[in-house]
Design a protein around this ligand. Structure first.
Ligand code: ADP
Ligand code: MG
Length: 323
């Protein structure tokens, strides 16, 4: 199983940002309203995620590190109805296979928490410990036992960019959760969690972008697109100012990018890209999230309808606005 975990880890854990993503998703699934991410050396040395969620019961802690033991998928039908962000039960085992993990957690109703240490998939400590409600997880020495993979990590600046971009996307997809990100003890981003998307945008992309944002809220055939688009005065030379979420899950989709761009149609100069943050609410039956372990790729059963939804939503928002 150790080897299986190491191999699986390759699919889930590519770089520090992949770990941050899985840990934040777990905190969100655990109903946290406050999530703190502390990094040392862009997460290559240390990633710490602290949440105020439901915590993990002590009996469940070792099980959480067993591959697929916690899979929320019981049969084929469940696959179509995934509402939690994680569902394969392979993130924690994969992370623990290639790093040193310390988990400190306490659930409501327990006076004491537990501390669990696992290193390269080997349990090192499992003991009672004082703990706040919620979960604190520390991931150190990433790829210490797979030097080849360690060598492929990019510079601190690059790895940090991946993480700040990611945390920005979590902030925009979960405006009711308060996030804070620090790097080497320096605060980088924070969000208040007040639910106001414009406040979030201001924290993530700056006040000028937020000032120039326009609300999107449009429905078509059981689907809704909501969010903010940015006036054509603020374009970018890449698509870095575009974020897409499906049922609040961060996704990558060139189709959605093209739909956003089609909505702006002639308003954007050639070679430039419009900015926007859009969340699509859709019935889970109408999509398949299980395409890739990282869950970022998404497949809609009716791509054309979704394209139309987004394009129309953007056009509608731009209508009668001074641009
Ligand atoms: P998955 O998210 O696919 O279920 P993971 O390996 O990411 O699998 O997590 C395993 C299990 O550990 C989760 O199903 C959850 O029960 C528990 N867990 C992990 N992190 C947290 C957290 N921050 N808060 C509460 N429960 C957690
Ligand atoms: Mg998970």
């Amino acid at each position: 199983p150790q080897t299986a975990n190491k191999i699986a880890a390759g699919e889930v854990v590519e770089r520090p940002a992949s770990i941050v993503k899985e840990l934040i998703e777990n905190s969100i699934d655990g109903k946290s309203t406050n999530i703190t991410i502390n990094l040392v050396n862009a997460g290559k040395e240390k990633i710490e995620v602290i949440d105020n969620g439901v915590g993990i019961h002590k009996d469940d802690v070792p099980i959480a590190f067993l591959r697929h033991a916690t899979s929320k998928i019981k049969d084929e039908k469940d696959l179509e109805k995934i509402s939690s962000l994680g569902f394969r039960g392979e993130a924690l085992p994969s992370i623990a296979a290639v790093s040193k993990v310390t988990l400190i957690t306490r659930t409501t109703g327990e006076d004491f928490g537990v501390k669990y240490v696992i290193e390269g998939g080997k349990e090192r400590l499992f003991d009672v410990a004082p703990a706040n409600l919620g979960t604190r997880i520390i991931v150190e020495d990433l790829f210490f036992n797979t030097p080849a993979r360690r060598k492929f990590l990019k510079t601190t600046a690059t790895e940090l960019n991946y993480i700040t971009d990611l945390v920005g996307r979590f902030i925009m997809s979960h405006p009711h959760i308060s996030f804070q990100l620090t790097h080497n003890n320096k605060p980088l981003i924070k969000s208040s969690g007040d639910g106001d998307l414009k406040h979030c945008l201001s924290e993530v992309m700056g006040w000028e972008t937020a000032e120039n944002s326009i609300e999107v809220d449009f429905s078509y055939e059981n689907m809704t697109v909501t969010g903010l688009i940015i006036k054509p005065v603020l374009t970018k030379s890449s698509r870095s100012g575009q974020m897409f979420f499906v049922n609040n899950r961060i996704v990558k989709s060139s189709m959605l990018a093209k739909a956003l761009e089609a909505g702006f149609n002639t308003l954007i100069p050639i070679g430039r890209y419009p900015q926007g943050v859009l969340n699509i609410q859709i019935q889970v039956e109408d999509l398949d999230v299980n395409v890739h372990p990282s869950k970022q790729e998404i497949k809609f059963k009716d791509e054309k309808a979704v394209f139309y939804l987004v394009k129309e939503g953007v056009e509608n928002a731009l209508k009668n606005k001074s641009l």
